[in-house]
Design a protein around this ligand. Structure first.
Ligand code: IVH
Length: 652
């Protein structure tokens, strides 16, 4: 068994080989087949219309090539292809099903199986609460004699986690991911077990095979008809014009999809006009009128080279797997958290093991599971450390906590992490003091706590390695500026356990000064909305320590703000770009790309990354890319940096 990413890579390779050497294609090639053969446990169902798969696009270039194929297949010019309407839908990571409704009642439901023959899982499908057993009557509408609906059954991520927790408590094997869990749950022999699993479904196709109800002419209208009949249809879809807008939809959902309670691995793009479906037809494997745009994989296999223990700013000791570098979700991952020692034991991760690593969006990479079949004989279990790997203090575990802690406040690792936290963006935002500089300041004994930062001068800073006088001056300016950070940021920067930046803002607003927060009794803290016992206890413990109060006194003496000031109302900028969409390309001489994007937003405009008909201006810096050519093709105005500034200022 291999990861999706590995499968897709091998599949791609096979496709390319078969394209070059068609004489080598054999009937049993996976490119000629769909899915797994039906298992024997259920009755078999022959699908009226084969359940095909989709061809994949891994990049914008692949989408462009699809556009070229559409153009050839429909005898359209590139400009006409640019006018085609597409429906973009999220690609739900579950398993596809076919539902047959006769005279408005759910008669039969089947899995895809091998595409021709699937398994009859009607009783199990009937337990899915969101699927209508009977179609919803809408006004005078009659029900079709026969309606076949296709869709995706999935297990919400929250239900998946709940299910795995329960299985684990019962000592049973857990599911590797929500899709396997959905598939396992739908194939239960006992429908009562399926019913407990909280499966859900999204419908994405309908075939009507009689004249009672007219088949809609567009795909979007079909989806709306399904909604009207009572089916759950995914709301996160969009009818767009041309492939540039398809690309924009894919980009828009790249991060956003991680906030949904179901897993998605791409975007399914379908031609909206169903008459074009017939014109294009299908291959043995997939329709030509649809494609799946796949996001870069967020799960991959790699090797554990070693297991290290990191000490955090609160002394928490976190095991980290050091990995053979692997590309995940567009970045190279070399380390993945193992959370705590309990987790190492539960997963049974060993050095030299092959593991599946996941990095979803902005989430820190984590080890999901061990690939036991690939474990070498000499893979040795890691022992729980008894001492802090940095200061050698005996580690402690309080009460029922699974977290091991280094109790030594003066542990160099804790000091380093505390200072890194102090200077970080959401805290005091002191740019120019990175991990290396903080480490150098600590090891030279110049700085021991945040208050020492406010005593630094240029001479001391320039004595550090890799710190010229220009950088030193910048750092000093940033340190000065940090004195005026709002109280919420200061409280967050202190690094009190359980107090994140939102909680810190809440405390700042309620108490309005650090002095009052220090004096607040636990009983009062507890009554604040959102403050639980763990937080109030952590706050009390933090301020009960004389050494913490001493640092706060020195910070205040240095001029760091410890009062809550009313926020000055931000000066509204003239909305000179209201309703305008801009695309930036190339390098601007006076602005970073991100700053330019912020300016566009602040002036009421939108910055997008790809050029489409909806783009109003393309701002070209030096070395602009193909976006300028694209803009010229579409007749969109290309402007330079000076013109961009004129636009912002309303001088255009
Ligand atoms: S349309 C001809 N729409 O992705 C098959 N499929 O890789 C057309 N899937 O087998 C399927 N979300 O299991 C379609 N919105 C969606 C989908 C979707 C998930 C799955 C489906 C399909 C697989 C193809």
């Amino acid at each position: 068994e291999i990861t999706d990413a590995e499968f897709d890579r091998l599949y791609r390779q096979l496709q390319e080989l078969e394209e070059t050497f068609p004489e080598l294609i054999i009937a049993s090639s996976p490119t000629q087949k769909v899915g797994a053969p039906p298992s024997t446990g259920f009755l078999q169902v022959r699908h009226r219309i084969p359940m095909l798969s989709l061809s994949n696009a891994m990049s914008d270039d692949d989408l462009d090539r699809w556009g070229e194929r559409l153009g050839r297949g429909l005898a359209l010019s590139p400009a006409q292809v640019e006018q085609l309407k597409f429906v973009c839908e999220l690609k739900i990571d579950g398993l596809s099903i076919a539902l047959t409704y006769r005279q408005g009642r759910l008669a039969e439901g089947a899995t895809r199986g091998n595409g021709e023959i699937g398994e009859n899982v009607t009783l199990n499908l009937k337990t899915i609460a969101s699927l209508p057993q009977e179609l919803k009557a809408t006004g005078a509408q009659k029900f079709p004699d026969l309606l076949e609906v296709r869709g995706e059954v999935y297990l919400p991520v929250s239900s998946f986690e709940e299910l795995n927790r329960a299985l684990q408590e019962q000592g049973q094997p857990v599911f590797a991911n929500p899709r396997n869990a959905a598939s396992g749950s739908l194939r239960q022999k006992d429908p009562r077990v399926t019913a407990r699993r909280k499966l859900s479904c999204f419908a994405y196709f309908a075939y009507l095979s009689d004249d009672v109800v007219k088949e809609p002419v567009t795909h979007e209208a079909t989806l709306e008809m399904l909604e009207a009949l009572g089916f759950p249809v995914n709301p996160h879809r969009k009818v767009v014009c041309g492939l540039e807008e398809v690309k924009q939809f894919c980009l828009d959902w790249y991060e956003r999809r991680h906030h949904l309670d179901y897993q998605t691995d791409g975007v399914v793009v379908k031609l909206d006009d169903r008459s074009l479906w017939d014109a294009l037809g299908t291959t043995a494997h997939s329709p030509r009128w649809a494609i799946a745009f796949k996001y870069p994989p967020d799960e991959e296999e790699t090797l554990v080279e070693s297991i290290e223990f990191d000490v955090g700013r609160t002394g928490a000791v976190t095991p980290v797997a050091c990995l053979s570098p692997v590309r995940l979700a567009g970045t190279t991952v070399k380390r993945a958290t193992l959370h705590n020692f309990e987790q190492i034991r539960r997963l049974d991760v060993r050095v030299k093991d092959t593991v599946v690593v996941r990095k979803a969006g902005e989430i820190i990479p984590e080890v999901l599971r061990v690939v036991l079949e690939k474990r070498p004989a000499d893979a040795t279990p890691t022992r729980e450390p008894a001492e802090c790997p940095v200061c050698a203090s005996p580690l402690e575990r309080s009460g029922a906590e699974v977290v091991l802690r280094c109790p030594n406040d003066a542990c160099p690792a804790q000091m380093q992490r505390r200072l890194e936290h102090w200077v970080s963006r959401d805290a005091m935002d002191i740019e120019g003091l990175g991990t290396v500089a903080v480490g150098n300041l600590l090891s030279a004994g110049i700085v021991r706590d945040p208050a020492d930062l406010y005593l630094l001068d240029e001479e001391t800073l320039t004595a550090l390695e890799r710190m010229g006088s220009k950088s030193a001056q910048k750092v000093l300016i940033n340190i000065q500026a940090s004195k005026n950070r709002p109280l919420g940021s200061v409280i967050y920067a202190l690094g009190i356990r359980h107090v994140g930046s939102q909680m810190a803002d809440l405390l700042a607003e309620h108490y309005t000064s650090l002095k009052d927060l220090i004096a607040a009794p636990a009983s009062e803290l507890d009554t604040l909305e959102g403050v639980g016992p763990a937080i109030s206890q952590a706050v009390r413990e933090y301020f009960a320590r004389p050494e913490n109060l001493a640092v706060i006194d020195r910070l205040a003496a240095a001029g760091v703000n410890i009062e809550h000031l009313e926020k000055p109302s931000r000066l509204a900028l003239p909305q000179t770009l209201e309703g305008k969409t801009l695309v930036l390309t190339g390098t601007l001489s006076s602005l970073e790309r991100s700053a330019a994007e912020k300016l566009i937003k602040a002036h009421g405009g939108k910055a997008t990354s790809s050029v489409s008909k909806k783009t109003d201006y393309v701002v070209a810096g030096t070395n602009p890319g193909s976006k300028v050519d694209r803009a010229r093709e579409l007749g969109i105005t290309v402007i330079d940096e000076a013109q961009f500034k004129d636009l912002l200022d309303g001088r255009s």
